[in-house]
Each structure stands twice: as C-alpha cells, then as structure tokens.
Write a protein that binds this ligand. Structure first.
Ligand SMILES: Nc1ncnc2c1ncn2[C@@H]1O[C@H](COP(=O)(O)OP(=O)(O)OP(=O)(O)O)[C@@H](O)[C@H]1O
Ligand SMILES: [Mg+2]
Length: 347
C-alpha cells in the first residue's frame, strides 16, 4: 500500500466514436466513489472505424468533456482497443514474475500475429499461487502505433496519460465491481456502442476473448432513415427513448441477428480454443446501444439466453450531484468503460 504519492482521484476518459465520456472517481475514502460524469458529443465522422479522421474535432470534444466535468488535473486514464490489441490466455513454464517477463516476449512471438518490434506487451499471471509445472498467463499485445496515436490525441487536448489501459480490461473492471456474482462460470459482456459492438467473454472472471462486430447505434439510425423513412432526429428519438416501436423491431431483426451471430461465433471459438466445457450462462449488455428498446428481447429470443442490462452503478457509490443535469438512467449504461478506467488507482 502506498501512503504517499498516490493520487486520490482518477479521471477516466473514453473517446468513443459517438460520445466522449469522462468519469471521475475518488479513491480517497476507502470505497471508490463516482464524483463526476460528463459526456460530450462528437461530430459525425470525426472517428470512423476506430480511426481518428479529424484530430482537432476530437481534441475539442475531449476538452469540452473535461471542462464539463470540472476537471483541473490534466492527467487521465484512457484505453486502446480494437483489432490491433490481442488478448490471449496462454500456458508457459512456471516462473517468477521477473523471469516471466523475459520469457513472455519469446512466447508472444508464437501467439501474436504482429511484428514483435512494433508491439507493447503486458501480461498477468492468472494462478500465481499454483504449483504445477505450467502457469496460466493472460497475454496482452497492442500495436505501438495505436498507443502512440492515442497519446498524441491526448497531447492535442492538453492532457497527459496517467495510464493507457485496454478497453476490454476497463469494461471488465467496472463489471466486476458491480456484478461480483458474474465472476463464476462463463458470461458474456457485450458493449454496444455507436460504431462497434465489443463482445467480451469471461471465464471465472478472466476476460478470455474479445471480438468486435461492426454494428452499433449508427447502423441502426441509418437503417431507420433508409428503410423506414425517418429523419435523423426521429431515429435518435426512438433509439434513445423508452418505447418499443414497429420501426425499431424491423431494424433490430437484422442488426440483432448480426450481434447474436457475433456472440455465438465468439463463444464457439472459445469452446474449441480452450475446450471450455461450460457454455455462456448470461449475456450482459451495456453501451449506448443497450438502451435501444426491444434489443434486449431480440437478443434473448434469438440466443435463447438470459440477457440483462449491465449497470455500472449497480454497486458503485455515487456522490450527490455527480451527474449534474444528466439523467442518470439515460446515461448510466454508457458509462461501463469510463468508470472502469476511473476505477484504476494510478501512482
Ligand atoms: N442519453 C444518451 N445520450 C446520447 N446518446 C445516447 C444516449 N442513450 C443512448 N445513446 C446512443 O448511444 C450512442 C453512443 O453510445 P456509446 O457511448 O456507447 O458509443 P461510443 O462509445 O461513442 O461508440 P464506439 O464505442 O462504437 O466507438 C449514441 O450514438 C446514441 O445513439
Ligand atoms: Mg464505446
């Protein structure tokens, strides 16, 4: 435990393709407490397929969100994700943490389809207390470009990175705090965003596999416009509303199927790769898309599984006024990732 030098407050910054989200958590009082949340919209096409097309606009939205959160400290925890990040559970000869660090680079070459010169590696020993000849290690490899671009973006917005996390781990972090009971068996956490749906499969609390599906609220909105003749505003109103509608049901039939197939493929891959006996017990959904009326039911019917909305505030303490003018129920599902980032205590 560090008594000195540990920052009490962590600022989590999630730069999504639709919304920039900031969560501020105070770690000073034992139990973490969410003290501030801010959300700032991004202009259409500022980020496309994970790539920042207009750094000026994105940096502006980051500044707006931090300003709205009343943040003065300019050091934030952010994350990278997508296909240039690889997470893999591997078995290696049992070794001490420091020796494992030397081994891992060599091991990674066999598991990571990237040029080793251009990646950052990290790992976690999953069974440090075990005594077998081998140990389970969660290996993470991220292309260095991806991290450097993220840091450049922060610099443009006049902030510095306290840490660069991995999206899937941050999601998992917030999920674990709020749903400790979901840390047994195989569960699936699905983050449905503006452009992308991240499928994360956890086994006994370990994030084993993550896959991205190129479907989100943006596609749903385009479908509503093109196929159902709605305006942009009408589409958003339905997507962010509380009521089901025949328009939504029609577009969810197709897009829900795509998401369901993505979940099934991820689960099937995991079953062959790790010979996991157990099947997914429950699917939890979060992200802006999780609010779309009828999506939950569409997925549950199609997958024949229980689908639950995951709330990052389920067990987290929230300070009065943290949400300012935002409606808590309307934004909470969008905050799993930024809250996961802010849950990190950075030295
Ligand atoms: N209260 C809300 N305010 C704004 N948008 C909302 C709200 N509720 C739902 N949405 C929808 O959620 C979407 C954004 O969701 P989210 O923040 O999870 O995506 P993102 O992180 O920006 O995108 P991605 O992760 O795909 O890059 C918006 O595009 C909108 O359609
Ligand atoms: Mg997102």
């Amino acid at each position: 435990m560090a008594l000195f030098g540990r920052k009490k407050v962590t600022i989590g910054l999630d730069v999504g393709s639709g919304l920039v989200k900031v969560a501020v958590i105070d770690h000073g009082k034992g139990e973490p407490e969410l003290v501030r949340v801010a959300i700032s919209p991004l202009a259409a096409d500022a980020i496309v397929e994970g790539e920042v097309m207009d750094p000026g606009i994105v940096a502006g939205a980051i500044r707006d969100a931090l300003l709205a959160a009343g943040v003065k400290v300019k050091s934030v925890v952010t994350a990278v994700g997508g296909r240039d990040v690889i997470i893999k559970k591997i078995q290696i000869a049992r070794a001490k943490e420091q020796d494992a660090r030397d081994l891992i680079r060599w091991e990674a070459e066999q598991h990571v389809p990237f040029d080793m010169e251009s990646v950052e590696l990290d790992f976690q020993i999953l069974d440090p207390e075990g005594d077998g000849q081998e140990m389970s290690v969660l290996l993470v490899a991220a292309k260095r470009d991806l991290i450097e671009n993220k840091i450049r973006l922060l610099t443009d917005a006049d902030v510095s990175p306290a840490a660069v996390d991995v999206d899937a781990f941050a999601l998992h972090n917030a999920f674990e705090v709020n749903y400790p009971d979901a840390m047994h068996g195989v569960v699936c956490l699905v983050n449905i965003g503006h452009e992308v749906t991240n499928v994360n499969i956890l086994e006994d609390g370990v994030p084993l596999l993550t896959r991205d599906i190129p479907v989100g609220t943006r596609r749903l909105r385009e479908d509503l416009q093109r196929e159902r003749g709605l305006t942009n505003e009408q589409a958003d109103e339905l997507l962010q509303g509380y009521d089901k509608s025949p328009h939504l049901d029609a577009v969810l039939a197709t897009r829900g199927e795509e998401i369901a197939v993505g979940i099934e493929r991820a689960a099937a891959f995991l079953a062959t790769a790790s010979r996991a006996q157990s099947l997914i017990k429950v699917v939890y959904i979060c992200g802006g898309g999780a609010r779309v009326p009828g999506l939950n039911e569409a997925l549950a019917t199609r997958l024949r599984l229980t689908v639950e909305l995951a709330n990052p505030l389920q067990r987290l303490r929230v300070r009065d006024g943290a949400f300012d003018a935002l409606v808590i129920d309307e934004v909470a599902p969008l905050l799993m990732l930024p809250i996961g980032l802010a849950l990190r205590q950075v030295a």
